[in-house]
Design a binder for this molecule. Structure first.
Ligand code: 13P
Length: 287
C-alpha cells in the first residue's frame, strides 16, 4: 500500500519505536526491502536521493517500479516513497512524479530562507496529501555529492521549522552519513532531549543510521526519534556478499553468470541487514 509517511510516523512516535528509511538504488534493492518489510509486518520508507533518482532514470520510473512491485509482490504493509535530501526543485519534481513523501533539505540556507521554502512546500504537500520532512543543522559526511558539515541543530530553530507544520523533522545531533570515524564522539543526547522537549509530538528523524551502536539507537528512540535512515550499511552488505560469490568463482560455474544468480547473495544480504534494523528499531509487527 503506497501511503504518505504521516500516519506510520505518528504511530511510531506514540508507540516509542522507529520506522526505517532504507535507500534504494535499483530493482534488487527495492525488492529486497519490500519483501523484508512484508515478512516482518513492518511499515517501511523507501528513500531515494536525487543521485539515485537520476541513476534509476528519473522519479517516474521509480514510482512505476515501486507501485508495480507492491502489486506484483502482494505487499500489504504501508510503504512510502520518499525523496531523501531533496532540493527545492527536486521536491517539486517528486511531488509531480507521484512520490508519497518528500524531504526538503534547506539546512544549508540561512534559517529565514529554509523557513520560507519549507513553508511553501508544506502547503503544497498538505494539499496533495504527501508527508514532508525538513532539516535543521546539516548531517555530517557525504551522501551522493551532498556534503554536510555535521552541525548540531539549534533547538529554537527546530521549533521554528516544526511550527510550519512539517510531518517530521531531521535535526543534526552529531550524526554522519557513511561510516563513522574512529574518533567520533557519539550522538549529542543533550541536544536531542532539548529538541524533543521543544517540538512535542513531532516525529524526529535520525540520518546516518549506518554504524550507530545499538544502545545509542535505543536511547535516540526513547528521546523521540521515530524514523531512522539507513543507506551505506545495505551497500556494504550487498558488496561483501557479491565479492564472496565472485571470489569463490561461482560466476564461472554453470550458469552462475546469470544476473539473477550473481545478484542473489547480495539481495539476501540486504534482506538480512534490513531484518536486523527492523528488529532493532522495534517496528516489526506494527504494520
Ligand atoms: P547512512 O548511509 O550513513 O546509513 O545514512 C543514510 C541516510 O541518512 C540517508 O539520508
Amino acid at each position: 500500500m503506497l501511503v504518505s509517511a504521516k500516519e506510520m510516523l505518528n504511530k511510531a512516535k506514540a508507540g516509542h519505536y522507529a520506522v526505517g528509511q532504507f535507500n534504494i538504488n535499483n530493482l534488487e534493492w527495492a525488492k529486497a526491502i519490500l519483501l523484508t518489510a512484508e515478512e516482518m509486518k513492518s511499515p517501511v520508507i523507501l528513500g531515494v536521493s536525487e543521485g539515485a533518482g537520476k541513476y534509476m532514470c528519473g522519479y517516474k520510473t521509480i514510482v512505476g517500479m515501486v507501485k508495480g512491485m507492491i502489486e506484483g509482490l502482494g505487499i500489504t504493509v504501508p510503504v512510502a516513497i520518499h525523496l531523501d535530501h531533496g532540493s527545492y526543485e527536486g521536491a517539486y519534481k517528486c511531488i509531480e512524479a507521484g512520490f508519497s513523501s518528500v524531504m526538503f533539505d534547506g539546512s544549508h540556507y540561512p534559517i529565514e530562507e529554509n523557513i520560507a521554502k519549507t513553508k511553501e512546500l508544506v502547503a503544497v504537500c498538505n494539499e496533495k496529501g504527501l508527508s514532508i520532512e525538513a532539516e535543521v543543522g546539516s548531517i555530517g559526511g557525504e551522501e551522493d555529492g551532498v556534503i554536510g558539515g555535521g552541525e548540531v541543530a539549534s533547538p529554537d530553530e527546530c521549533k521554528m521549522i516544526a511550527d510550519l507544520g512539517v510531518t517530521m523533522l531531521a535535526a543534526g545531533i552529531g550524526n554522519i552519513h557513511g561510516k563513522y570515524p574512529a574518533n567520533w564522539t557519539g550522538l549529542n543526547f543533550e541536544v536531542l532531549a532539548k529538541i524533543s522537549e521543544k517540538v512535542g509530538d513531532m516525529p524526529l528523524v535520525l540520518h546516518g543510521g549506518t554504524g550507530i551502536p545499538e544502545d545509542m539507537i535505543k536511547k535516540a528512540i526513547s528521546l523521540g526519534v521515530s524514523k531512522i535512515n539507513v543507506n551505506t550499511e545495505c551497500q556494504l552488505s550487498f558488496a561483501a556478499a557479491t565479492r564472496k560469490y565472485i571470489e569463490a568463482g561461482k560466476d564461472l560455474e554453470g550458469k552462475g553468470f546469470d544476473p539473477r544468480k550473481l545478484l542473489a547473495p547480495g539481495v539476501e544480504a540486504i534482506k538480512a541487514t534490513v531484518r536486523e534494523k527492523i528488529e532493532l528499531f522495534g517496528s516489526a509487527g506494527k504494520a
